[in-house]
Design a protein around this ligand. Structure first.
Ligand code: SAM
Ligand code: SF4
Length: 335
């Protein structure tokens, strides 16, 4: 494939990673993502059908997209997901197929997902304490999530990544406990800075602990050894990666707020209702659904993909005064 056929944006970044949100629905109500009553959902007919998603994935793979992540809402609640994963895995060019989940239904599906061709999972987990898990997610499912993580590891959906959103004064006292999991388990525990979305009236910068602060706090308890290039430790994806000398897993620090990684951003997001988003923090969206449903040819769909990539902004502006929080929550954007 020549570079001309690849999705390259105006800043010479090659877009080879597509995040597909398969639903805007969720079986939890995390406080930083949704109000207790949930959010206004799209009508079923507004959500892209699996055939439509597969068509986009096939066209994108034909232009160099080799990594696909399935997300939501909670992807495991959409019926037929295992078969959809199987069809995605069969698309030529898609080499890395992964899924982000809250883990509630993971125990039930891990083996089937692996058999269908899923490579690995990221499980979101912000507390190891039952009461606090309930407070954060408004669900009493901690034991299911832990069982899901163990089952995913057993099924070979590896490395199992555990993503913890750290909020100062809320769950930061559990950082070390999460980090130490990597001494005894082959998990990749990743600490993610708390990000601003308009739905959380409560977001304030001082509730966001930076990756640097977290690294220092953990490093004092047990020295961290960098993985990858020693300057950035960021050789694959946005995480700065480390391990403990006697660890079997690894730690990652993802800092969208304090030290963004826009310069190497390779992502395009597709929302469940068929909009392309070229930056997590920009409300600019390009509609694909209309083209998918009005009989457009593959080349017309390709043209929309190229147009979206060309419009990818250089970076987000979270740290600038004029920054406006996104109007859609992560569950609608497909985090
Ligand atoms: N429901 C699935 C889950 O929770 O993993 C997938 C969708 S969820 C929107 C994807 C990720 O977004 C989760 O890891 C969640 O913690 C993260 N997220 C949601 N709101 C966030 C925020 N304000 N700051 C940081 N991460 C956030
Ligand atoms: Fe649901 Fe994931 Fe949002 Fe939590 S973060 S409410 S699990 S979509």
């Amino acid at each position: 494939m020549t570079d001309k056929n690849k999705l390259i944006d105006g800043y010479n970044r090659k877009v080879d990673y597509l995040r597909i949100s398969v639903t805007d629905r969720c079986n939890l109500r995390c406080v930083y993502c949704m109000p207790p009553e949930g959010i206004e959902l799209a009508r079923t007919d507004e959500i892209l059908r699996y055939e439509e998603l597969l068509r986009i994935a096939r066209i994108a793979a034909g232009h160099g997209v080799s990594k696909v992540r399935i997300t939501g809402g909670e992807p495991l609640i959409r019926r037929g997901l295992v078969d959809f994963i199987g069809s995605l895995a069969a698309i030529k060019g898609i080499e890395d197929l992964s899924l982000t989940t809250n883990g509630v239904l993971l125990k039930q599906y891990a083996g089937q997902l692996k058999d269908a061709g899923l490579k690995r999972v990221n499980v979101s987990l912000d507390s190891l304490k039952r009461e606090r898990f309930h407070k954060i997610t408004r669900g009493d499912n901690l034991s299911e999530v832990i069982a899901g993580i163990e089952e995913a590891n057993k099924a070979g959906l590896i490395p199992v990544k555990i993503n913890m959103v750290v909020i100062k004064g809320f769950n930061d006292d559990e950082i070390l406990e999460f980090a130490l999991l990597t001494k005894t388990h082959p998990y990749h525990v990743r600490f993610i800075e708390y990000m601003p979305f308009d739905t959380q009236a409560g977001w304030q910068k001082d509730k966001c602990l930076t990756s640097r602060e977290l690294q220092e706090m953990i490093g004092i308890a047990s020295p961290l050894l960098p993985i990858g290039d020693s300057a950035g430790c960021r050789n694959a994806g946005p995480a700065r990666r480390f391990r403990f000398a006697d660890g079997v897993g690894e730690l990652g620090f993802i800092s969208p707020v304090s030290d963004h990684f826009c310069g190497s951003c390779n992502r395009l997001r597709l929302t469940a209702d068929g909009k392309l988003r070229t930056c997590l923090f920009s409300d600019d969206e390009i509609d694909l659904r209309e083209a998918l449903r009005n009989g457009s040819s593959d080349s017309a769909i390709e043209a929309i993909l190229f147009k979206a990539v060309a419009a990818k902004p250089q970076g987000h502006k979270i740290n600038e005064n004029m920054f406006k929080k996104c109007s859609r929550t992560m569950s609608l954007i497909g985090g």
